[in-house]
Design a protein around this ligand. Structure first.
Ligand code: NOJ
Length: 665
């Protein structure tokens, strides 16, 4: 199914032009980024410059192993090879249809000078907008099975940059508000972690192609030294592996404008092309759910008078979805095992092979099929994977028999099986195995409480979306997400990949939940559909809150699969304006949003086709809108525009704006 458009792919060997045999250098295709690799007293180091500015100062590389000498020193360069690569490939679905993968590569083969003469290779790929490297432990006599106890990779920063980060090793996984501090004040943080330097660069550290390895978090040490910290197994080891071994890519995005972090596709490029055979079941779509009602307390997950997952309620949602051509419906709490304490850390025993008596799954599926609405399957494991993996085959088989092709899988719990971090090698392998099993059953997956995305959606396009961040639900039962949250996640969590944020709440004051609310205007909720990329995107509010609301039209129109994505303006934590072109029509969509501060943003519509007229359908914050005191007014207007038009986007405090541009004839 994957179509590759190969412009050209070169793999030529260059001459290495360095007189010192312990130093190697390589630049990005446009020459702006330079990497220097050096062996100093047997220890490998790398450093990065961008246009002469130090981005990464000499930083250590290597591993500590269990009961073996470390792979950190005593090395010499055996051989080095430089190649270049340039290809444009087509995404199955995504934020941009055609992606250029252009880099220069330096492969360095190292060998210990003494002792066991073990070998370790490091390969660098230098793009015009960042650097990636991975370790390769080749097959060899003196290193077979081994256990990594620590990865010593450093990112020594040139200064004490401003950083946006969430803390690692916490109860709620990745679900935290971002802090903005100096990097020296971070502690241990998850990736992507993003920085602004004093000389005007934006950097983000993350990883790509995380397979059969522990994810790393970043530890901030004195001297602006950031060090990888592999998330451990319960027994304290980090990675159990054997040669040949390839680590995930360690990535450093480098941008001169914050928006260029978003349109950087290095992470996807570092993953392998689609490996799945028939993916005709993978369909980007919008969906509704018996979901928000459960979080705001209108209905319950558990059985009782207010149970959400009843046949009757499902039909109510199906009727609404069908009327509006919304093809998918998620229903949570449909199966036995839900209690009022389902979210506590305990080995809850959900059942995945039968539904509760109030919910006739066969009848609901049939009713939906007759009306063009399919169910999204739902498995909440409660992180009891012993229980889940005992039933997963039969659970998936049930969905297969019912013709269901989408599934949301939740892992609520601080640790998997109350023992292992979600983000160690155990978790990484668990999510991978479930994804493969899902494909075998023609299921596209939305993981909640996931491992962070690292671009694997390119290789396995049934990996649709994931939570892995603090989403909309926090507004329903906690102090919520402040207005600036959505101005930070595009530059942090969303750099990793699609997020199931579940936007689209129109009843922002949440009439069912006194004292809780969404910190937004309604117009900002519309803008989130353009700002937050997710190929399965929820229309999260209750049908009755959408019914008859004029702004609902935007949610019906906005696509989820894009031809192109551009960032028109942005300041991390303050505002962002993005435009995306529909992959299946010539329509463009604009989303703009701000933090607590009202602002006017001028944008030129130069992304539109020259010489064409477009009808702009504008959904703006209405008169006197303000997220705190007056969140609901939305002004809906139309005007004719072209690519010379300059629009003044007036954003209320905590507000936003969404626009659809439709070509006129
Ligand atoms: C947390 C998930 O994020 C949410 O979407 C889901 O409804 C609950 N867990 C229950 O599984």
């Amino acid at each position: 199914m994957r179509k590759l458009l190969l412009l050209f792919a070169l793999a030529g060997i260059f001459l290495t032009s360095c007189s010192d045999e312990n130093v190697l250098t390589v630049s990005s295709p446009d020459g702006s980024i330079n990497v220097r690799f050096e062996i100093d007293n047997g220890k490998p180091f790398y450093s990065i410059n961008q246009k002469g500015k130090a981005v990464i100062k000499p930083s250590a590389l290597g591993f500590h192993l269990q009961e073996m000498a470390p792979l950190t020193d005593n090395f010499r360069i055996l051989k080095s090879t430089k190649t270049t690569f340039d290809e444009t490939w087509e995404q199955v679905w995504g934020e941009k249809q055609f992606i250029r993968n252009h880099y220069n590569e330096l492969l360095i083969e190292l060998q210990e000078k003494e002792g066991d003469n073990r070998k370790m290779n490091v390969v660098f790929r230098i793009f015009d907008n960042g650097v990636a490297f991975r370790y390769i432990i080749p097959q060899q006599e003196n290193l077979n099975n081994f256990v990594i106890m620590d990865e010593i990779t450093e990112f020594v920063m040139a200064d004490d940059h401003t950083a946006w980060w969430i803390p690692a090793y916490q109860e709620h996984r990745y679900e935290y508000l971002y802090s903005e501090t100096k990097l020296s004040e971070m502690g241990s943080v998850h990736t992507p972690v993003t920085f602004k330097t004093n000389d005007g660069l934006f950097l983000s550290i993350h990883e790509a192609a995380l397979v059969d390895f522990a994810s790393f978090v970043v530890e901030s040490l004195p001297g602006n030294r950031l060090k990888t910290d592999l998330v451990p197994w319960a027994d304290g080891t980090k990675v159990k592996t054997q040669a040949p071994m390839e680590s995930p890519w360690r990535t450093i995005q480098i941008a001169e404008k914050p928006g260029d972090l978003i349109t950087n596709y290095m992470g996807l490029n570092l993953n392998e092309p689609n490996k799945l055979d028939d993916i005709s079941y993978v369909k980007p779509s919008k969906y509704m759910g018996i979901w928000w009602a459960l979080h705001i307390g209108k209905n319950t997950f558990w059985r009782g008078p207010d149970l959400g997952a009843t046949t009757e309620n499902a039909k109510y949602y199906i009727d609404f979805a069908s009327k509006h051509n919304i093809p998918l419906l998620l229903i949570e709490g449909w199966n036995p095992g839900w209690t009022t304490e389902w979210y506590l850390d305990a080995m809850h025993e959900f059942i995945f092979t039968q539904s509760v008596p109030e919910f006739n799954i066969e009848e609901v599926v049939k009713y939906g099929n007759e009306r063009g609405v399919k169910l999204i399957g739902y498995h909440e494991t409660g992180s009891n994977l012993v229980n889940y993996l005992n039933q997963i085959d039969e659970g998936f088989e049930l969905y297969r028999r019912l013709g269901i092709n989408d599934i949301k899988i939740g892992q609520v719990g601080t640790k998997l099986n109350m023992k292992e971090w979600h983000h160690g090698q155990f978790g990484v392998n668990y999510y991978h195995d479930v994804l493969m099993k899902a494909h075998a059953n023609r299921l596209a997956v939305n993981f909640h409480e996931p491992i962070k995305p690292t671009g694997l959606r390119r290789t396995y396009p049934n990996l649709m979306t994931a939570e892995g961040g603090r989403g909309m639900e926090y507004n329903a039962w906690s102090e919520g997400n402040p207005p600036n949250h959505e101005t930070i996640i595009p530059f942090t969590r969303l750099l990793a990949g699609p997020m199931d944020y579940t936007p689209g709440i129109f009843d922002v004051m949440i009439k069912y939940r006194e004292g809780r609310r969404v910190h937004t205007t309604v117009a900002k909720q519309l803008a989130l559909y353009v700002i937050i990329h997710s190929p399965t995107q929820m229309l999260a509010d209750l049908p009755e809150n959408y019914d008859g609301h004029p702004a609902f039209q935007f949610l019906l129109d906005v696509p989820v699969d894009w031809f192109d994505t551009q960032v028109l303006n942005a300041e991390i934590g303050q505002y962002i304006t993005m435009v995306r072109k529909d992959r299946h029509s010539n329509d463009w969509y604009l989303g703009s949003l701000t933090n607590e501060k009202p602002r006017n943003l001028e944008v030129k519509l130069s992304f539109l086709d020259a010489g064409k007229k477009y009808k702009a359908q504008i959904y703006a914050d209405g008169a006197d809108a303000d997220w705190e005191s007056n969140p609901t007014p939305v002004s809906i207007t139309e005007m004719e525009v072209d690519n010379n038009t300059i629009l003044n986007l007036e954003l209320a405090a905590g507000g936003g704006q969404a626009i659809r541009f439709v070509p006129v004839n």
